[in-house]
Write a protein that binds this ligand. Structure first.
Ligand code: ATP
Length: 235
């Protein structure tokens, strides 16, 4: 594998006294799409939140392009080219679609992504650009959340529960858009409940179980048996 751009070593994460991640190791190469799977509560969201600067981690536990970022704030992490598409989208409800997208462009960096490019990726958003973001369907809101992240011109995009609760046709639209997002050398970490989809879009997969990596494998060659064991902890 080429030099990883993201290197996570012995990552612990806590909510108060509760430990959610235990000594987790993970690497990601430039341009790679990584899938994270695992049962509810396994720590997938906590892992993404740690990378995005939303948990209190030790500096050296997360390195991005060789630099320790584990203790940076979310805005400092965004400025280095990492963007999170959070679970539940977390749009600004009183703002329009376009205003939500523009806010994404205020953090992060300059680069190829613009309103125009986001509208080319998701044409429905241009039709709805003046509407309140809350008036959109869940799937369209997910498109706004993805567009908002892209507007910060990330090198690494983190998708939490990319298709959870969305209609199948919208999930297809979002997955069809993925090559246009990650095609230009952008890397991605995708948390996905649907194991088949997770394996189809990624080159490597990590399965988490109770805050630990229970499996790391090649998405094309890992077996269903291995995944079941890693997912459920069945011996
Ligand atoms: P899900 O698929 O349900 O979102 P997940 O794999 O993303 O699950 P996390 O949300 O990372 O899991 O949660 C990991 C553990 O941390 C769980 O035991 C959860 O109950 C706990 N946890 C998550 N958020 C908090 C919080 N704000 N305060 C306390 N504990 C939390």
């Amino acid at each position: 594998m080429p030099d990883p751009i993201l290197n996570i070593a012995k990552l612990d994460a806590f909510y108060g006294d509760f430990q959610a991640l235990y000594g987790l190791d993970l690497t990601l190469a430039q341009g790679e799409v990584l899938a994270i799977i695992g049962a509810n509560g396994a720590g997938k969201t906590t892992l993404l939140r740690s990378i995005a600067g939303l948990m209190a981690n030790q500096p050296e536990q997360i390195r991005y392009r060789g630099e320790p970022i584990g203790a940076l704030r979310a805005d400092q992490v965004a400025a280095r080219g990492l963007a999170l598409v959070p679970e539940g989208r977390q749009l600004f409800p009183s703002l329009s679609v376009e205003e939500n997208l523009i806010i994404g462009g205020r953090v992060g960096r300059k680069g190829p992504w613009s309103l125009q490019k986001v509208y080319e990726l998701f044409p429905i958003l241009e039709e709805r650009k003046h509407q309140a973001s809350t008036s959109l369907s869940g799937g369209q809101q997910q498109m706004v959340a993805i567009g908002r992240a892209l507007m910060s011109n990330p090198d690494l995009i983190l998708f939490d529960e990319i298709s959870l609760g969305l209609a199948p046709i919208i999930i297809k639209d979002i997955y069809d858009a993925l090559p246009g997002i990650v095609g230009g050398g952008m890397s991605a970490v995708i948390v996905e409940q649907d194991v088949t989809k997770a394996l189809a879009v990624s080159s490597r997969v990590y399965c988490l179980q109770e805050g630990r990596v229970s499996l790391e494998g090649n998405s094309q060659t890992v077996s269903r048996d291995e995944i079941s064991r890693a997912y459920f902890g069945i011996e």
